[in-house]
Design a binder for this molecule. Structure first.
Ligand code: PEP
Length: 254
């Protein structure tokens, strides 16, 4: 299985012309670009090789994909806009917008029903990691259990569920200077998630990504491990030269 690199642009860039410039420069196979909603369709129209992902989805609405939900976007709309993937449960949404595991669980259900492939973000905050490896694993297991409640019994295909392990303290916007991620730590947690998915949730073969301050400088040390199926890249995905290097290194290690 090839390594896959997701670029999460978050609430950037500010203009369509900039968005198209970045998209064109980073349009490679095994890459998925996740722009903000207004840029989904124009970016899709410029991509030849990369896939398209959305950064969020609404959990409710009519089965047809519409409804009286001001400001929200349904899975049906995302599909029609050309997205194949959707990021759900990003720590910024959990932290800043108060998204709960219950909301995330509903979002995963509607995304799968709309035919989208889910990138579920999980990961422990700094105060938990400071208590040690076991505490971090208990936290992650609890997130997975709540986020995937009543979902995996429905025979979700492994390819439709990607998990991104993103320790909150390692993400560039919420870094804790007292903690340092190591490839061993990441591999350990990813092995743990893979085992859990297989044993508890009966899903074998889902890709598990790592996310948290991935750069062209540190990607090789991380991605060379066979357990790590790819990366979710935030800040660096907006810098075409750097993101291209990340993609090339991932390809070399694929
Ligand atoms: C992210 O947004 O998921 C992320 C990992 O961000 P960054 O790479 O900037 O830490």
């Amino acid at each position: 299985m090839r390594k896959i690199i997701f670029g999460n642009w978050k609430m950037n860039p500010l203009s369509l012309s900039e968005a198209l410039k970045i998209a064109k420069a980073t349009d490679f196979k095994n890459v998925v670009i996740c722009p903000p909603f207004p840029f989904l369709i124009p970016v899709k129209n410029h991509l030849r090789k990369a896939g398209l992902g959305a950064q969020d989805i609404f959990w409710g609405g009519l089965p047809t994909g519409g409804g009286a939900y001001t400001g929200e976007v349904s899975g049906v709309m995302l599909k029609k806009s050309g997205a194949s993937f959707v990021i759900i449960g990003h720590s910024e949404r959990r932290r800043v917008l108060g998204e709960t595991d219950e909301i995330i669980n509903k979002k995963i259900k509607v995304a799968l029903a709309a035919g989208l492939r889910v990138v579920l973000c999980i990961g422990e905050p700094a105060e938990v990691r400071k208590k040690g490896e076991t505490a971090a694993k208990i936290f992650v297991k609890s997130q997975l259990t709540k986020d995937l409640k009543n979902i995996l019994g429905r025979r979700v295909r492994a390819q439709n569920l990607i998990v991104a392990y993103e320790p909150v303290w390692a993400i560039s916007t919420s870094r804790d200077p007292k903690l340092t991620e190591t490839p061993e730590m990441i591999v350990q947690m990813i092995r743990f998630i893979k085992n859990l998915l297989g044993s508890k949730f009966k899903v074998q073969g889902s890709r598990i990504l790592y996310g948290g301050s991935v750069t062209a400088e540190n990607i090789e040390r991380i991605i060379k491990h066979k357990e790590i199926d790819g990366a979710l890249v935030g800040g660096a995905s907006l810098k075409p030269v750097e993101f291209k290097k990340i993609i090339q290194i991932a390809k070399k290690n694929g």
